[in-house]
Write a protein that binds this ligand. Structure first.
Ligand code: NAI
Ligand code: 15L
Length: 268
């Protein structure tokens, strides 16, 4: 049966806030969790990913988990270790102990961020391109993918790991024209990842069907995902303001953009 009750971690964040609006129309009942309280959501669970008891309690009785919580930019190794590496381990242990059968893990393009972006007629980047993390952050997403694969092989917990591009209401940089995932497509992809049958462990890239797409969306489509959006209507304005990506500019050469050179730092 399709999952109905879903634990959404990271529910106070940017994507969490968008998905709290966009997922219920698909029929999901969301249980919210974040380290920060969520305004207007008195039933949300306020807990840190280091709190194993709270995670186990939060996971009890849900059909699936969407795991968005964690540090979403670069930070010291110690912070990343605690929130993203140990935190994701704690989440999977909670899933195992609570008998949850399916997790959707928010991986990131930064797991493969040092991969050169396609130029001209270069082929799209395949899913099985070698991992090339561009930050401790990207390294934690690589770890999360392997952790998820391990929990499938060892414990039979299924995961779809989504290497998300940029999920924001609108693309705001020229790089984002290639990797943008509209919030509506994000909800479509999460729904596909929750409902596709027999996924075992699967990784996919997560974006809209952008004209300037850099990666192969076929593994996402294989889940039943049919993206409806394209960043192209934003292209002319962004390129007029910022210029085209330049070959030879180290900020523009790789999938991960400036995460490879001068990554944005987690503010807390
Ligand atoms: P965000 O930074 O806006 O939200 C993350 C949420 O996780 C925050 O509300 C924060 O309070 C919570 N959190 C952080 N550490 C925690 C901890 N130790 N315990 C409990 N909660 C904790 O990030 P955003 O943009 O919403 O991203 C969601 C997820 O998707 C993240 O895992 C991020 O790495 C991933 N992702 C997002 C992309 C995007 O374009 N928005 C792109 C690629 C990956
Ligand atoms: C990410 O992984 C970050 O969480 C998000 O804030 C964006 O910076 C995105 O990647 C990106 O590459 O644009």
């Amino acid at each position: 049966p399709a999952p109905r009750t879903v634990l959404l971690t990271g529910a106070a964040g940017g994507m969490g806030t968008l998905m709290r609006e966009l997922l219920p129309p698909y029929g999901y009942q969301l249980r919210l969790l974040d380290q920060l309280p969520i305004e207007g959501e008195p039933d949300a669970i306020t807990a840190d990913l280091s709190d194993r008891d709270a995670l186990r309690e939060a996971a009890r009785g849900v059909d699936a988990i969407i795991h968005l919580a964690g540090i979403s930019l670069e930070a010291s190794f110690e912070k990343i270790l605690r929130a993203n590496i140990e935190g994701t381990y704690n989440l999977y242990e909670a899933a195992r102990e609570a008998g949850v059968r399916r997790v959707v893990f928010a991986s990131s393009n930064h797991a493969v961020g040092f991969t050169p972006r396609p130029v001209g007629d270069d082929p799209l980047i395949p899913l099985d391109t070698p991992r090339r993390p561009d930050t401790f952050y990207g390294l934690s997403k690589s770890f999360g993918e392997d952790l998820a694969s391990f929990y499938w092989d060892k414990y039979g917990i299924e995961t779809v790991a989504i290497r998300i591009g940029s999920c924001f209401p609108e693309p705001t940089t020229v790089r984002m024209l290639s990797i943008w995932m509209s919030p509506a497509d994000g909800a479509r992809l999460l729904h596909a990842a929750l409902t596709a049958e027999n996924v075992g462990y699967a990784a996919v890239y997560g974006s809209s069907a952008n004209t300037r797409l850099w990666w192969d969306l076929s593994s996402a489509r294989a889940l039943g995902y049919e993206p409806q959006d394209d960043s192209e209507p934003y292209a002319a304005k962004l390129i007029a303001e910022q210029g085209e990506l330049e070959p030879g500019n180290p900020d523009h050469e790789n999938l991960g953009g400036a995460f490879c050179t001068n990554p944005p730092i987690w503010p807390r």
